[in-house]
Design a protein around this ligand. Structure first.
Ligand SMILES: C[S@@+](CC[C@H](N)C(=O)[O-])C[C@H]1O[C@@H](n2cnc3c(N)ncnc32)[C@H](O)[C@@H]1O
Length: 250
């Protein structure tokens, strides 16, 4: 039996999915931050704020380390540093050198390169010791990882006892009326914006289609429990456009 996953609505062997995902983010890296604002009409800022509030870095000098997996250009890390005290440190782990490069430039520009570290890493094989971070996050990244169960186990492994895992991901819009509007927007406006701003509609068509393939929140909660997380919960935001998933290592 072929070990297939879906790349958008196309069937793609699991082993090829990562290369296709890498190509998408290679193409969009330079315009990624601008596109986030345009495509979500700025809403991604509120969703990320909710994630950072849940990460809850201490305001004090107490040491606190965040690992942000599939962290791309570092948005979650920069926000966590801004929210936390002088003891807060963040590590961005991402498989794509172009996304990390944009992030490093942002860090230098803001003189934050001593507190935000960028590491070339695959979520399925994190190059960090067991129990080494106070919190682990992944925002709009888990659905791009070919073996979600393997990545969840890795994120659990590097989280310290008593630490919290948070995952922000697109979800399912169930509100009547909003669902049709969202469908129209996703399959028409988003690829068109991609063509105009990033010069290519195809990567954005993929991003939209991959949202449809991601497990529903309850199914994802079961995957989190299977990886070892306890007190698993989630809350949906913006009518179900996104969900914030939470679990603890106890
Ligand atoms: C939609 S972006 C999200 C970036 C960032 N978290 C944010 O919210 O702005 C998805 C990121 O996942 C990364 N990614 C995809 N597969 C990965 C993998 N196997 N391991 C680590 N990162 C991966 C991509 O390179 C990309 O930077």
């Amino acid at each position: 039996m072929r070990d297939n996953t879906h790349f958008g609505f196309r069937e793609v062997p699991l082993g090829e999915k990562q290369a296709l995902v890498d190509d998408v983010f290679h193409k969009v890296a330079q315009r990624y931050d601008l596109m986030n604002d345009l495509m979500s009409a700025g809403l991604h800022r509120a969703w990320k704020d909710a994630l950072v509030t849940a990460i809850n870095p201490p305001k004090s000098e107490r040491e606190f380390t965040l690992l942000d997996v599939a962290g791309g250009t570092g948005d979650i890390s920069f926000r966590t540093i801004a929210a936390g005290g002088p003891g807060t440190r963040a590590t961005v782990a991402d498989i794509n050198a172009d996304m990390l490069g944009v992030g490093r430039e942002r860090a230098y520009a803001q003189a934050l390169d001593d507190v935000v570290t960028f590491v070339d890493a695959n979520a399925e094989a994190l190059p960090f010791p067991d129990k080494s971070f106070d919190a682990v996050s992944i925002a709009f990244g888990i659905r791009n990882v070919p073996r979600i169960d393997v990545a969840l186990k890795e994120m659990y492994r590097v989280l310290r006892l008593g630490g919290r895992f948070l995952c922000l991901e697109f979800s399912n819009v169930d509100v009547p009326g909003l669902d049709a509007l969202y469908e129209l927007y996703s399959f028409n406006v988003v690829p068109a914006l991609g063509r105009v701003v990033a010069g290519d509609a195809e990567p954005y068509r993929y991003l939209v289609e991959s949202i449809r393939r991601f497990p529903r929140p309850n199914a994802f909660a079961d995957m989190m429990r299977a990886a070892g997380f306890a007190r698993v919960s989630h809350r949906v935001m913006s009518g179900g456009i996104v969900a914030l998933h939470s679990g603890w290592r106890l």
